[in-house]
Design a protein around this ligand. Sequence first.
Ligand code: P6P
Length: 332
Amino acid sequence: MPLTLDQFLNSGAEPGLAQLIATTVDACAGIANLVRRGAVGEIMGALESENVQGEVQKKLDVISNDMLLAACAKAPALAAMASEEMDDVHPVRPIDAEARYLLLFDPLDGSSNIDVNVSIGTIFSILPAKVDAARDATAADFLQPGRNQVAAGYVVYGPQTTLVLTLGQGVAAFTLDPASDQWLQTAEKVAVPRETKEFAINASNMRHWAPPVQRYIDECLAGDTGCRGKNFNMRWIASMVADVHRIMVRGGVFLYPWDKREPDRAGKLRLMYEANPMSLLVEQAGGASFAGTGRMLDIQPTGLHQRVSVMLGSAAEVERLQALHEEALATA
Ligand code: P6P
């Protein structure tokens, strides 16, 4: 009989953290039910509102955010939350010896795919709060490098509803069993192969990329006629959770790099609740994650909604990208 998520958490995390993760994942099961209803549930389409990113909010973005807020606030170990859909931090209770975690999430990543029935998902990250005084957490408490995360995970709402989770000791996967409504372990030790022949990038932006990224993709496109000596395949789902899940299962490299359309913006994706949790998962599974300037998990955040250039996945490919960036710097 496969391990249940509760059994995994109770053996791998202290009780307060285990309960917080279980509560977060249960909220995701509720989101999965909503997503599955689609247009029948009258939850498709966009709202008039925009989020802090200036992006039009889908109804499901807001609904899933509210579901996570309502559910996770009940976890005694949670001091505060932050989300892609909220401008500011959402304090839950004063930080103390029990309420000592901070939860961040992208409640529904890839929401541009909702209306066309393509896999989407929830990404979450858990940081330790600094227990110095009984006080509400502020944004400054969240601004920690990704290597500080005590847990990270995502739930992909696809043909299966699957959770991929790390507590800092490797990566496990669980699938929501529709028959029992239980999260059953389906992978004990997720491992990203070091080598791959598959890259994921929105190639329509090619003319805007920095030279090292253009050179890397050109090398992949040259296939076995070029310096890489092997042919590559390309995938782009335009849903980070789905693209990263493929990489967690069979390897590959995912890129959403800086481009010159908005030179003052480091990238499109958000550091705190997209790049950092995904980078912890990838590194814990033996892969690597590079922000164009250095290791993703070493970035000292300066803002809750800070954007970043993302290149993550199979270690050999990330190393190639790092080498090309270093070479470009050396010859600049
Ligand atoms: P583009 C979804 O909107 C998202 O934030 C990520 O999930 C995804 O990887 C990326 O943006 C897709 O961006 O520019 O290809 O639509």
